[in-house]
Design a protein around this ligand. Structure first.
Ligand SMILES: *Cc1c(COP(=O)(O)O)cnc(C)c1O
Ligand SMILES: [Zn+2]
Length: 453
């Protein structure tokens, strides 16, 4: 095989490596009972990638494949296969043409806040409605490959706050692999709950929170017949990494100044950073953007650490409080160390936070400019507003906000806002619907009151 990737232990000084088709999530030497020790990451043979094609040839190859229908290369993830997971054969790839999401020039909203070059990358405009599809295609493809190689795997299992489970169920159903999803009862939205049910996953709703579900999944993970799809599994991060490659491609490989992404378990901020670093390493770009990780105040462990100057080894897990941004309600993020390393490697990285009131109003305000934001994207938008107000982001800077899920997954958030029923939120952009008798006069009165006579 020309290109090659493997798992490597992320502990300083440890040089253990493992094949990607082994059922393993932690280094056998460094992994302990706590959730962060001995985590693995995927590493690539960068020498082979550098020698086989020049930066220009890689760009041309990626561009030639982009959004075409040659399976699996038309996928935004698999079009970069050599950089993502070269170890999977094309026959074993499980793709539903994820990626290729639109990057929306928020021209009118940008003007409103004094920015000329503001973009929102709609990564949630994806098969299961969130950007989790980008990583899930890689993980389920590797599972499919292992099954074809004769590994005894019975099912893929995950705990989820709603998006991972929807994505896992969709990819497993595509491949005909059994999926088991473990959700905190009554804490995921109806669309998020119905997705794995519709795709035929065994859907278990437990009377606990996400961390409670995760504890049980950790126990299941000791049985190697079950493959775990949570984000301590670093295969997923390779797919998420393509966010940076794809957005650079969408700008014809021109420099980007800022990338803002919401963070919970912190896999994505790490993966996005990894994508930019890899492109710089291989000569596709020569400028790294400043990365901003945005958190909800109610679940802000990285923000707190950032305020102390990101000291090593000072981390104290917190009990996350409920937030409308339920996918990032995480007080003890598994990928903390990866995120810290990324923020240290890329100059100018920042962490921001926002209240429930700020995020709900940010979502509704930007919706008025044609978007339909999910609460997590709203956390990133709140961070954007703060950085603009503080003068850190300049009017000519090219800024990309990563939109992580479709607003359609969160009807309660939208309806609750516009009917003024969200606790802790004072709506500034509520737009209540008006029930009327079915009479022409009533309709005209309402219409003229709205637009003027
Ligand atoms: C998973 C998720 C996030 C957070 O990603 P992490 O890698 O856990 O930080 C943000 N938004 C949405 C919609 C998600 O599903
Ligand atoms: Zn190790």
């Amino acid at each position: 095989m020309k290109y090659h990737a493997w798992f490597a232990c992320t502990t300083e000084g440890c040089s253990e490596t493992y094949p990607l088709n082994e059922v393993i999530y932690k280094c056998r030497k460094c992994g302990k009972d706590d959730k962060r020790s001995g985590l693995l990451e995927v590493r690539h043979d960068l020498g082979a990638l550098r020698e086989s094609r020049s930066p220009d040839q890689w760009k041309k190859l990626f561009d030639r494949r982009y959004l075409r229908n040659l399976y699996p290369y038309g996928s935004g993830v698999w079009g970069k296969k050599e950089w993502v997971c070269p170890n999977v054969t094309n026959e074993n790839v499980v793709s539903i043409f994820e990626g290729g999401s639109n990057c929306f020039w928020a021209e009118r909203f940008g003007k409103e806040i004094g920015l000329n070059d503001l973009w929102i990358k709609l990564c949630g405009n994806s098969h299961s409605g969130s950007f989790k599809d980008l990583g899930m295609t890689v993980l389920v493809s590797m599972v499919n490959q292992m099954i074809h190689e004769g590994t005894n795997l019975r099912a893929v299992v995950c705990a989820s706050t709603g998006d991972t489970s929807a994505s896992l169920a969709a990819y497993c159903a595509t491949a005909g692999i059994p999926a088991v999803v473990i959700l905190p009862k009554d804490r995921v939205s109806i669309p998020q709950l119905i997705q794995p049910i519709a795709n035929g996953a065994l859907t278990l709703a437990l009377d606990t929170d996400f961390d409670g579900c995760m504890k049980i999944v950790t126990q299941i993970s000791r049985d190697k017949r079950y493959y775990i799809a949570n984000s301590f599994n670093s295969l997923r991060l390779e797919g998420q990494k393509t966010i940076s490659i794809e957005l650079s491609q969408q700008f014809d490989w021109e420099p980007v100044d800022w990338v803002i992404v919401p963070g919970g378990n912190l896999g994505n901020v790490s993966a996005i950073g990894k994508g930019f670093l890899m492109m710089k390493d291989l000569g596709l770009i020569d400028h790294l953007p400043r990365l901003v990780c945005a958190q909800a105040h109610n679940a802000n462990p990285l923000f707190r650490l950032f305020q102390q100057g990101l000291p090593e080894g000072e981390f104290r897990p917190q009990k996350a409080k409920p937030t409308l941004a339920n996918a990032i309600q995480i007080g003890d993020p598994v990928n903390l160390n990866k995120a810290l390393r990324t923020l240290k490697k890329i100059p100018g990285g920042l962490v921001e936070e926002c209240t429930e009131n700020e995020l709900a109003n940010a979502a509704a305000w930007v919706d008025r400019f044609g978007l339909f934001n999910c609460p997590h994207t709203a956390v990133a938008l709140s961070a954007l507003l703060k950085l603009v107000n503080r003068g850190e982001i300049k009017s000519t800077d090219r800024v990309i906000v990563i939109s992580t899920a479709s607003g359609l997954k969160f009807p309660d958030f939208k309806i609750g806002y516009h009917t003024r029923q969200l606790t802790g939120v004072a709506p500034r952009h509520a737009n209540e619907f008006l029930p009327l008798p079915p009479k022409f006069e009533n309709v005209m009165d309402a219409l003229e009151e709205h637009v003027g006579k």
